[in-house]
Ligand binder design. Structure first.
Ligand code: KG4
Ligand code: ZN
Length: 345
């Protein structure tokens, strides 16, 4: 049975996991850096890189011990090689290279976004290619047609902020701390989603792209006006974000070649209101809806190990030990830039 050690260090979670070819997560460990970054209200790259460097080796030792395995038992060592905060990515990649060299095990350099994109197949053995994927995380907001391992067609992306970023900024405005997504979701449950009039950027526009910068500014103005309760702002923000997500994803689906399912992945995919909305959208298109369990939505190493399993099964070659970490690494390099896109897209 195939066995892959996965390593993730592209943002603020240091993680390692052992995953088998028959979808068993033998062991996994995640060290969150929430305490280090929360005083700053966001991830500080230098602090993140140092924390990864301190924690990663003991985490790898721990998952190997818990899984009762050694490096010699692994068919490959899979590590995130980008995109992400470059210091952190380099810590994970260099660690994986050293382990691969010392144990004479193949190295697999994994695109973090591919980890998210394939994670639903780790949880759901029945999910077949090609599927439609809404990838919503702290750095990305994209609709992709996942055609196979390494084959992604990007139909939509954000022209400014990612959705997770909009959640995090809303949390900051409302003084909810970092990371903001789960806190905004909790507060939204106590508020009225129709209380605060907020814009729905790009709603009904022909191209299926996303935009959240205007929504974020409107949240700031609503808060500064002093006219609204925080819970109402959180609920109205989440509703506006959901309306945008559903309208834009509907547009992308209506132009997409046939798919087997609608799938969500990435940290914002942990949001229950968004999951419920997408389930309804899938039904409009007569598609089943799949979302990975919550711990597989946010950053983790099991999805990186699983992407390694998928790459081995697809016959992909091992990567060379001089491979470079990539701060940017689009899943679909041929996708046209979104019109009107700012620097971040
Ligand atoms: O995928 P992820 O863990 O890291 C990236 O690759 O970016 O996503 C993190 C993002 C953060 O912006 C966080 O606030 C958001 O996902 N998030 C949520 C929820 N849980 C995490 N957003 C909304 N609702 C949630 N429950
Ligand atoms: Zn991620």
């Amino acid at each position: 049975m195939t066995l892959v050690l996965g390593i993730e260090s592209s943002c603020d979670e240091t993680a390692a996991a052992l995953v088998t070819g028959d979808r068993q997560i033998l062991a996994q460990a995640i060290a969150s850096q929430e305490a280090e970054h929360s005083p700053y209200g966001g991830v500080v790259p230098e602090i993140a890189a140092r924390a990864h460097a301190e924690r990663l080796a003991p985490l790898v030792e721990k998952v190997l011990a818990e899984g009762g395995k050694t490096l010699a038992d692994c068919d490959a060592i899979a590590a995130t090689a980008g995109p992400g905060l470059i210091g952190g990515v380099m810590v994970g990649l260099v660690t994986a290279k050293a382990l691969a060299m010392a144990s004479d095990t193949p190295l697999l350099a994994i695109n973090h976004l591919e980890g998210h994109a394939l994670s639903p197949r780790l949880a759901d053995p029945d999910l077949q290619f090609p599927y439609a994927l809404l990838l919503v995380s702290g750095g990305h907001c994209q609709v992709l047609r996942v055609e196979g391992v390494g084959t992604y067609q990007r139909l939509a992306t954000t022209i400014d902020d990612a959705l997770g970023e909009a959640f995090d900024k809303t949390a900051k405005i409302l003084g909810l701390g970092y990371p903001g997504g789960p806190a905004v979701e909790r507060l939204a449950r106590e508020g009225d989603p129709a209380a605060v009039p907020l814009p729905r950027p790009l709603l009904h526009s022909r191209e299926p792209h996303f935009s959240f910068a205007g929504l974020k500014s409107a949240v700031l103005r609503a808060h500064e006006s002093g006219d609204h309760a925080d819970a109402d702002i959180a609920a109205s923000f989440q509703q506006a974000a959901l309306d945008c997500i559903l309208d834009r994803t509907r547009r992308a689906l209506s132009t997409m070649e046939p798919v087997t399912a609608l799938v969500v992945a990435g940290g914002v995919g942990a949001n229950q209101a968004i999951r419920a909305g997408l389930e309804g959208l899938a039904a409009e298109f007569d598609l089943p809806f799949t979302a990975p369990p919550l711990p597989l939505c946010t950053d983790n190493a099991a999805m990186i190990a699983w992407a390694g399993v998928e790459r081995l099964a697809a016959g992909c070659a091992a990567d060379p030990l001089d491979l470079k970490a990539r701060p940017r690494w689009p899943l679909d390099p041929d996708a046209e830039p979104a019109r009107g896109a700012g620097v971040k897209a």
